[in-house]
Design a protein around this ligand. Structure first.
Ligand SMILES: NC(=O)c1ccc[n+]([C@@H]2O[C@H](COP(=O)([O-])OP(=O)(O)OC[C@H]3O[C@@H](n4cnc5c(N)ncnc54)[C@H](O)[C@@H]3O)[C@@H](O)[C@H]2O)c1
Length: 452
């Protein structure tokens, strides 16, 4: 007969066993840039994975063994399917899962405030199907407190009256909850995904241990922290560190341009210092889902504590100004050629937010194109990763990719994203004027190049 104590430890021990022998069913909610690679990692480790997404097109593509992310080949999806991976929009399958990982978007709204609607909608969709002993992990980047203040209260409104396991109270009427931030750096092939240590913060020690065991199956190292809030703050610290340092080099670039100093040469020289310096590089503005957005999750939360996050605000101000600087520099360069931006033909090279990736989110290129158009320029773009740029949350371009021929027809070519497959010497040779925001033309000597 089961003692009270053994009943209490059963769900925990049962999940530990299932994770160890790979019989645990893993559910990943949100099959985007974060969720889909996670599906593949768990599948490689022989787990049966179910992916959940509200985007019917994504479910269709995955169900026929296709991929919608350039760097994920279809063969990897097909290999996962052969190991039992299925994709669905039907949340009733949540009850079959042993561990559920939430990777839905966390953008900012039009007032630059956190938009947690995706997390809320996901929690509401999961709640009716929560089962005792399940582990539910939030991976979406967010402000400290989201897991405990937002996610758990919704999950606890489940029809079975199950509660999140707190302190040492865990048993047959509880489920486990943790936060574990995603640390992927898209396009960075220098560190294998499984070599990036995974921070885990559970609501109680058992949740932390289960979360560590879950990710320990696909990552070489897990790093436990004491609470979900500490894990949430860890992710924000990492991104704020980048955001602030990028703003610093952006500001020093503006000064260096006035002083006639090559900031890239300076950064490379400073990088030779074996300690105390980590290089960050200037650019046309911040892009991607993380660096331009996540710091403001913390600024917003800080206000609840009468706290003003000045570094974040200042960095945001400098970084947001960079696309305007690119447009002003293009206008000034055209002016020196006795042309005006108004009426000029301008080609923007690269619209992805960084090199060699197929991600447009928050890309400074979109702002730069809109600003150039506002000044009356006839703008075209080229990007091997995007045949068409339509409408996004903050832009409406409706533009098709322009082939890279007849470069001489443009009054200016603006390098916004330095994709590796561009032939920069040829581009400089054929163009009348090149505005280089990324030091892509390093080593090429030509009066046609303007660094900005
Ligand atoms: N992309 C990155 O490199 C990266 C890195 C670190 C952290 N993050 C964070 O990870 C989270 C996810 O980012 P992403 O880049 O994968 O976003 P994404 O937009 O590529 O993918 C999110 C997916 O969630 C789906 N979705 C939205 N609401 C849903 C719901 N209610 N139920 C099921 N699916 C739903 C969307 O359809 C989409 O497929 C964000 O919080 C982001 O800040 C992203």
């Amino acid at each position: 007969m089961d003692t009270l104590e053994s009943l209490a430890t059963q769900p925990f021990q049962s999940l530990v066993g299932k994770l160890e022998d790979r019989t645990a069913r893993i559910g990943v909610i949100g099959l985007g840039y974060v969720g889909l690679p996670l599906v593949l990692l768990f599948s490689e480790q022989k787990f049966k994975v179910t992916g959940f997404d509200i985007d019917a097109k994504k479910i269709q593509v995955l169900s026929r063994g296709g991929s919608y992310i350039v760097r994920i080949p279809e063969t990897e999806i097909q290999a996962a399917k052969a190991k039992g991976f299925t994709a669905t929009s039907d949340y009733s399958h949540i009850s079959e899962m042993d561990a559920i990982i939430i990777c839905v978007p966390t953008p900012l709204n039009d007032h630059h405030e956190p938009d947690l609607s995706y997390i809320v909608a996901t929690a509401q969709a999961i709640a009716p199907h929560v089962r005792a002993g399940q582990l539910i992990v939030l991976e979406s980047t967010t402000y400290p407190g989201t897991t405990e203040e937002m996610l758990i209260p919704i999950l606890e409104k489940n029809p079975k009256g199950l509660k999140a396991a707190r302190g040492d109270q865990h048993g047959k009427d509880t489920f486990f909850v943790a936060f574990s931030p995603e640390r992927e750096d898209p396009g960075n092939d220098t560190v294998a995904r499984r070599d990036i240590p995974k921070v885990v913060g559970g609501l109680n020690p058992e949740a932390s241990e289960l979360c560590g065991k879950l990710y320990g199956t696909i990552f070489h190292r897990t790093v436990p922290v004491s609470t979900p809030a500490a894990a949430e703050m860890t992710k924000l610290l990492e991104n704020i560190y980048r955001c602030v340092n990028i703003a610093l080099v952006n500001e020093l670039k503006l000064l260096s341009l006035r002083m006639g100093i090559d900031i890239w040469e300076v950064i490379n020289a400073a990088s030779t210092k074996p300690f105390g310096f980590h290089p960050f590089y200037p650019g046309p503005g911040l892009g991607g889902h993380c660096i331009p957005i996540d710091p403001f999750y913390l600024s917003w939360k800080a206000k609840e504590y009468d706290f003003h996050t000045r570094f974040i605000e200042l960095a945001g101000e400098i970084n947001l100004n960079m696309p305007y600087h690119v447009v002003a520099s293009t206008a000034a360069a055209l002016n020196r050629n006795r042309s005006s931006l108004n009426g000029s033909k301008v080609l923007v090279l690269g619209v992805a937010y960084k090199k060699d990736i197929d991600d447009l989110r928050e890309s400074p290129a979109l702002t730069i194109i809109e600003l150039l158009q506002k000044e009356g320029a006839q703008v075209s773009y080229n990007d091997p990763y995007f045949e068409y740029v339509g409408r996004g949350r903050k832009y409406h371009l409706d533009m098709a990719n322009t082939p890279l021929d007849n470069l001489e027809q443009y009054d200016a070519v603006v390098i916004v994203t330095d994709h590796s497959n561009y032939d920069y010497p040829a581009i400089v040779e054929k163009s009348k004027l090149v505005i280089d925001t990324r030091n892509a033309t390093k080593g090429i000597r030509s009066p046609k190049i303007v660094h900005c």
